[in-house]
Ligand binder design. Structure first.
Ligand code: SF4
Ligand code: SF4
Length: 110
């Protein structure tokens, strides 16, 4: 019969394996992303959920959130926000792309 300690060991092993895998995928994703001063971040509005993660990581104050009307009148939500990139202060550092949980941000040429 499987012991609890054995299950905990296997769970910790699996957690570590998944963490290593995700980190390596993230590193690959970052390496493949274009960035730098010749690029600027771009938000796909339809994917943005207004979660504010990108504004937290952006050190150049290059992202603003703005209110938009709700897509459906039956939803009772006080605020419905979207992110907008300010082109001039954006340095192309890519941090917001990596922070966005919905993959709403991409890097484009200036
Ligand atoms: S690429 Fe960097 S500077 Fe530009 S909006 Fe994203 S986090 Fe800010
Ligand atoms: S992190 Fe992504 S989903 Fe969240 S506000 Fe920024 S662009 Fe929108």
């Amino acid at each position: 019969m499987t012991e609890i300690a054995d299950l905990q060991r296997r769970r910790a092993f699996e957690q570590n394996r998944i963490k290593v895998l995700l980190n390596s995928m993230r590193a690959e994703e970052e390496a493949n992303l274009k960035g730098g001063p010749d690029t600027v971040a771009w938000v796909k509005e339809e994917l943005c959920i207004g979660c504010d993660q990108c504004t937290i990581v952006c050190e150049d104050d290059a992202i603003e959130l703005y209110d938009v009307p709700l897509a459906s009148p039956i939803l009772q939500v006080d605020i419905n926000r979207k992110a907008k990139i300010l082109r001039d202060p954006c340095t192309g550092c890519k941090l917001c792309v990596l922070a966005c949980p919905t993959d709403a941000i991409t890097m484009i040429d200036r």
